[in-house]
Write a protein that binds this ligand. Structure first.
Ligand SMILES: Cc1cc2nc3c(=O)[nH]c(=O)nc-3n(C[C@H](O)[C@H](O)[C@H](O)COP(=O)(O)O)c2cc1C
Length: 170
């Protein structure tokens, strides 16, 4: 069984965690990679988000308002993978628009998809249901995994992630 971790995560100044070099979701993604040996694809927007939190917020607001599909650098052929872990932060009660772009560009039919996300209060914000709709030909495994971004930066957070991975049996 071949696994891939696809994720989007924004470093720099962020809510509740100050200025960080590695984003919250990326920390979870890296742990999943370390524990499962999965391959990695990081969704990197061609136009990087501003490092200043308030400016990033403004851009994300505009992208949502215009239902944008921001371009990202490179791509991955998911055909060769059986299981795809899919990670992202919650932005405005939803997935960032660049994540929609990635999902719409790929065919998930027959894949096992395992979503995970970070947030600061919204949980998964109904995004797992959106996954089920957008990837109707895929099997969603488990109930997903979500955690506050600040918890993802702690040993306790990583321990919880490891427990979840063990329960999943991957
Ligand atoms: C543009 C933007 C919008 C956000 N909207 C929400 C939200 O609606 N609900 C929530 O719980 N957290 C929200 N957050 C907080 C992020 O989900 C949280 O900080 C997350 O851990 C960031 O992950 P990252 O470091 O991987 O990018 C938002 C953050 C940003 C930058």
């Amino acid at each position: 069984m071949k696994s891939l971790v696809v994720y989007f995560s924004r470093a720099d100044e962020n809510y509740n965690v100050g200025t960080v070099e590695v984003g919250n979701t990326e920390l979870l993604a890296k742990e999943i990679i370390a524990k499962t040996g999965a391959d990695e694809f990081k969704i990197e927007p061609k136009d990087k988000y501003p490092a200043v939190y308030q400016e990033a917020i403004e851009r994300a607001t505009e992208e949502r308002r215009s239902d944008a599909r921001p371009e990202y650098i490179g791509d991955v052929d998911i055909a060769g993978y059986d299981t795809i872990f899919f990670g992202y932060p919650i932005w405005w009660g939803d997935m960032p628009m660049v994540v929609y772009n990635f999902i719409e560009k790929h065919n998930f039919d027959g894949k096992t998809v395992i979503p995970f996300n970070t947030h600061e209060g919204s949980g998964n914000a109904g995004t797992y249901e959106k996954f089920a709709e957008l990837m109707s030909g895929a099997t969603l495994k488990g109930d997903g995994f979500n955690m506050s971004g600040s918890t993802a930066r702690t040993e306790e957070g990583i321990r919880k992630l490891d427990e979840w991975l063990e329960e999943l049996g991957v």
